[in-house]
Design a protein. Structure first.
Lengths: 113, 775
């Protein structure tokens, strides 16, 4: 494992009920000084707009301090939700954790903005 | 409007074809009825008076009876006018004395010839002298046969049987006829002339009905029984498994019972009353027999309606359901009924055309609807047609059941078509004898009804079927020489025209198809009560912000609704006129739910209204809205938006998609359904520069009949108890099923589909659907 990478693995439903929980988890990582996050979506069966909001709330803050969120392993259904919203233009989306780790090595912060 | 031109052309062609074919191929032409029921009664009173029985004050009742042998013989011996005396249809009159003076039974041919006169229960007196009795019998022969009486020769006298004498006279040419008179107590009590036909008439009759009898037997057991059992199973399974609203089925049953009662009282009024007088049976016994038949028929209808309600494709049922609800006068239902009526004449003409072709070996079976002619009110009887069980079974239940449970589209089509053709072969009127003819009729009818079902819906199919049956009855009446029957037939057809006019009025001026709202939430505690009140105000305020009805845009119909999952929601839609004259249609969805989402929803709505005032460029409009939303919202909040600009003149449709669910584009003509997946990020996520770079404008050329469906993710992500999502595929199927229907029906079909999918579970997210249908 590359230094400083943190993997979060939300599972099941990420909707209005569970999003605050996930939000707290991300917050705790950031407070602990972890800036390079990988969200492994393999176990995610459903994501709602409230869940998508969590990804966005920290992105700016992380990128300003040289960190990022990279998303990997979503099922086709979850990937479709990301895609409809236009996430691939904002986030690095990768097939699995290994690819995300590799991506951090090549490009720590996704360019664009 | 173009659509109505097509339907009107179909109606005109149907009427012209029917007017040409009915006098040439309708079996009722053979009937040649000169007297209606009432006139037949008068005739029998006249003949009774001639036989010395004064029937003033006697109750009279009349029914009809058919004689296939007579009909067949007369049809094949046109050179023999004498054969026509024994018409395929006869009026049977019963007259009953108020006191115990007995009953009179009289049979009268359609031309008015008395073929049988019989008095039972007459008062007895002294025996008659044989010579006087013979003279009375000869007089009776004269009375019945007129100048033909001279050709009859006495053949046998039956020696007095008790007090009465029976005399028989016969002639053998041109046809074998036998006259029999009975004299008792010094008066004629029976006079009857009968014909005996060669054996080959019976043989030919049996032979020609062989195939159609096989078919009817096979269909009865194979399709009717299996189909009904299946439907009953589906209905029971569905009713037990789910907590269903039986509202539609109950309303449908109540209407059927009412309809059946009209039919039955009309039938009881003469047919059963005749039976009770003629055979001296109790009218009450006949009453129960008649009720039983009706109950079975209605039970069958209810089973099929229930199974249809259970598995039917919602867009095909929505208008039929609405007819059995409080809001019967809605535009889509009016359109369906009107279109069905306009197809009726062509559907009535089709089997007549087949019959007119005289395909090898085919003849009409000669099963005539005697009850129609001699009914007390033939016009009412002509209209008294129940919902066609075959049509309800095929298109209500069968098509939906197969569509749902048979994955292979081709197999499902075959499984529907084969029984469909057979079933409609047996139901086709006139009923033909040769397989080539009845199968052709069945196939044509199936294709026509199926086309109506696909283009419109079940209500249109049932209306078309009803209209065709009434036209069949009406034309049977109009083809008769008796003026009263002709005018009854005309009245029935005029009534159809009035119905069609009313449907047209509803289609033009009727209300919107209602959206069924869920029950209001129950208030639990008083503390909560005031909060809930605030929320319900907020709900009202928010719903007021959305257009209460879509604008009238030429060349298309529009329909929109937004159902928040909670009191207030984050979905929005709007129709705004752009400076260049085009109409914009926008559907948006704020992330999250409840109050925060509702507040951002109002913000977005206001931004859209403001930005569309200065620009007609969708990229510019949506780009500006993004900048404002980005600045004004929390980081985790975003808004997705699908927005289109429709040009009613060129039917051009520009659209952008800012992170929103792709618009469904349905093209019925090439039978294609696609999702408009233009690239674009949701509003409020990224800064202006990156946002504008992500956004692309797509342009489509729409054509007549196309539908565009905007929706929020609450529709596609609606989740049932099995945690399946409604999904895009089901949505697209629901849109496809509503081909040919206007925007309101498409939208209601989708929402009904979601409701059925959810099966009682409350929607978790706001649901917005906006439909545009190009005329």
């Amino acid at each position: 494992m590359q230094d400083g990478l943190t993997i979060l693995s939300p599972a099941g439903f990420l909707d209005a009920h569970t999003a605050p929980e996930f939000e707290t988890a991300v917050e705790q990582e950031i407070e602990a000084g972890h800036r390079k996050l990988i969200v492994d979506c393999q176990g995610l069966t459903y994501i709602s707009s409230a869940g998508l909001g969590v990804f966005m709330s920290f992105l700016e803050e992380l990128r300003e301090s040289g960190g990022d969120i990279k998303i990997c392993g979503p099922s086709p259904k979850v990937l479709q939700v990301f895609e409809i919203l236009g996430f691939p233009a904002i986030f690095d989306m990768l097939p699995d954790v290994a690819a995300a780790v590799k991506r951090y090595a090549e490009c720590p912060v996704k360019g664009g903005e | 409007m173009k659509r109505w031109a097509v339907w009107s052309a179909i109606a005109a062609a149907g009427v012209a074809l029917l007017a040409y074919l009915a006098p040439r191929a309708h079996p009722a032409v053979q009937w040649r009825v000169y007297r209606n029921g009432e006139q037949s009664q008068e005739r029998s009173r006249e003949i009774s008076a001639a036989f010395g029985v004064d029937t003033q004050g006697w109750a009279g009742t009349v029914t009809g009876d058919t004689d296939n042998r007579a009909g067949y013989f007369a049809e094949h011996h046109p050179e023999m006018p004498e054969a026509r005396r024994f018409s395929p249809l006869e009026a049977r009159v019963a007259l009953k004395a108020p006191s115990g003076a007995g009953r009179l039974l009289v049979s009268i041919s359609t031309a008015g010839d008395v073929n049988s006169w019989q008095w039972t229960g007459y008062p007895k007196s002294n025996a008659t002298d044989p010579a006087a009795a013979r003279a009375l019998a000869a007089g009776a022969l004269d009375r019945l046969m007129g100048k033909d009486a001279a050709a009859f020769r006495p053949s046998a006298d039956r020696s007095p049987n008790g007090d009465n004498h029976t005399f028989v006279f016969e002639r053998t040419a041109p046809l074998n006829e036998r006259f029999e008179a009975t004299v008792d107590s010094g008066r004629v009590v029976k006079a009857e002339v009968t014909a005996s036909y060669p054996h080959d008439v019976d043989e030919a009759l049996n032979e020609r009905k062989k195939y159609i009898n096989w078919l009817q037997g096979g269909v009865g057991i194979g399709i009717d029984f299996v189909g009904t059992a299946l439907a009953a199973g589906v209905y029971v399974f569905w009713a037990v498994r789910r907590a269903v609203r039986h509202r539609f089925v109950l309303a449908f049953s109540a209407t059927s019972i009412l309809w059946g009662a009209v039919y039955w009282s009309n039938w009881m009024g003469y047919d059963q009353r005749y039976d009770s007088v003629a055979n001296n049976t109790s009218l009450l016994g006949n009453f129960f027999g008649a009720v039983l038949v009706q109950v079975l028929l209605i039970l069958l209808l209810v089973i099929l309606a229930g199974a249809t309600d259970a598995v039917g494709s919602p867009p095909k049922l929505v208008t039929l359901r609405s007819v059995f609800s409080a809001s019967i006068l809605n535009r889509p239902a009016g359109s369906s009924v009107l279109a069905g009526f306009l197809c009726g004449p062509l559907l009535a003409a089709m089997p007549l055309a087949v019959s007119w072709l005289r395909l090898p070996g085919s003849q009409q079976t000669g099963d005539y609807e005697a009850s129609l002619i001699f009914a007390a009110h033939p016009g009412v009887q002509a209209l008294d047609v129940m919902v066609d069980i075959a049509l309800l079974g095929l298109f209500g239940f069968g098509a939906a059941f197969l569509g749902r449970h048979v994955r292979n589209k081709w197999l499902a089509t075959v499984l529907l078509t084969a029984p469909g053709i057979l079933l409609l072969s047996t139901a086709a009127l006139p009923s033909e004898t040769a397989p080539a003819a009845f199968l052709l009729s069945g196939a044509l009818l199936f294709l026509a009804y199926h086309a109506i079902f696909l283009r419109l819906d079940l209500l249109a199919v049932l209306s078309a079927g009803w209209c065709a049956r009434v036209l069949w009855n009406g034309s049977a009446l109009m083809l008769q020489p008796a003026p009263s029957l002709r005018s009854s037939g005309t009245e029935a057809c005029l009534f159809l025209a009035v119905c069609a006019g009313c449907a047209a009025l509803v289609a033009w001026r009727g209300g919107e198809l209602p959206v069924e709202d869920g029950a209001a939430p129950a208030v639990v505690t008083s503390q909560r009560e005031s909060l809930m009140k605030e929320f319900s105000i907020a709900h009202r305020v928010q719903q007021h912000m959305l257009p209460s009805r879509p604008p009238e845009i030429p060349s298309c119909s529009l329909s929109a609704s937004c159902h928040p999952a909670q009191e207030v929601g984050g979905d929005l839609f709007d129709f705004l006129r752009l400076p260049d004259g085009r109409w914009s249609i926008g559907v948006g969805d704020v992330s999250g739910k409840g109050v925060p989402a509702a507040l951002y929803m109002t913000l977005t709505k206001g931004l859209l209204a403001a930005t569309t005032q200065d620009s007609s460029d969708l990229l510019e409009i949506v780009g500006n809205v993004n900048s404002h939303v980005h600045a004004a919202t929390e980081k985790k909040t975003f808004v997705t938006l699908a927005m289109g600009a429709f040009d009613p003149e060129t039917l051009r449709f520009d659209h952008v998609r800012a992170g929103h669910n792709p618009i469904v584009w349905r093209r019925p003509a090439p039978d294609e359904t696609s999702l408009l997946n233009a690239p674009g990020i949701g509003l409020g996520i990224v800064s202006d520069r990156l946002f504008r770079r992500s956004l692309k404008l797509d342009r489509l050329q729409l054509s007549a009949g196309d539908a565009l469906v905007f929706y929020s993710d609450g529709v596609t992500e609606a989740m049932n108890a099995e945690q399946e999502q409604f999904g895009e595929a089901r949505l697209m199927r629901a849109v496809e099923a509503a081909d040919g229907l206007d925007a309101g029906a498409v939208r209601e079909g989708i929402l009904q589909g979601v409701r059925e999918f959810l099966n009682g579970i409350a929607p978790q997210d706001d649901m917005t659907v906006v439909v545009l249908r190009v005329n």
